[in-house]
Design a protein around this ligand. Sequence first.
Ligand code: HEC
Ligand code: HEC
Length: 206
Amino acid sequence: MNKIILPLALLALLGAAPALAADGKALYAAKGCAACHGVDGARPIAGSPVLAGQNAVYLLRQMTEIADGTRSSAPVKVMKPVIEKTNPDERKALADWLATQKLGEAVAGDAAKAGIVGDAAKAAAGAELFEDNGCIGCHGADGAKPLADYPILAGQRRDYLATQIKAIRDEIRSTRRARLMVANVRQFKDVQVEQLAEFLSQSKRR
Ligand code: HEC
Ligand code: HEC
């Protein structure tokens, strides 16, 4: 008798899990992601990235690498305890749902709220650096059309972009894929990193 009941109970469990995991929106709310990444991943607080409209494969890889400690630069430590409490199916559902969300005017709105006016000269210098240093080959024109599982940079928060370029340059964020671009950013001084971040944060996410 037990032999029959046990498989049935297991089946019931397995049947229930995917239904919950499929709902990225519900998971995003239940896991408390919005506290840092904002409504629909589109209105992050300072230091946290926009997730709305980002490449799903890239998002999933980051969640996995943050959870297992492969990506372990200092700022990401605040979300490790949160993402550790998700399983692979839940992460996939979160990534798929976030990738379909719209960024809208969220970042521009946040900059306006913070009283930061976009600096046109800085952005123009950044655009030139972006074109002259091979970034387009992997991230696409204006950082908006990356290779299959690489990140979209257009419309990302400026402070987050600058932190990442520095962390990759200094080999602090030193995952296997991040190392692919170290040679492209190694020569940049912080001033140039800020110019790149200014340009990319003003670029349109398509
Ligand atoms: C306490 C704040 C906080 C919470 C809660 C949080 N995150 Fe994060 N998250 C961050 C910060 C900060 C970073 C980036 C840190 C860095 O590397 O500079 C980040 C990075 C990420 C990245 C990588 C994005 C990229 O462009 O590389 C993903 C994906 C992500 N978070 C998803 C989530 C999901 C999904 C949840 C909920 C399960 C969540 N986060 C909860 C703060 C948070
Ligand atoms: C050879 C391909 C390649 C080139 C060239 C390249 N990148 Fe990257 N870049 C990547 C990959 C892959 C990642 C994601 C790494 C990971 O998965 O951890 C990345 C990540 C980033 C990130 C972090 C994005 C995020 O959401 O956290 C920024 C910012 C960035 N690149 C800027 C640049 C700039 C600026 C240049 C040119 C100076 C450049 N990249 C050149 C492949 C490249």
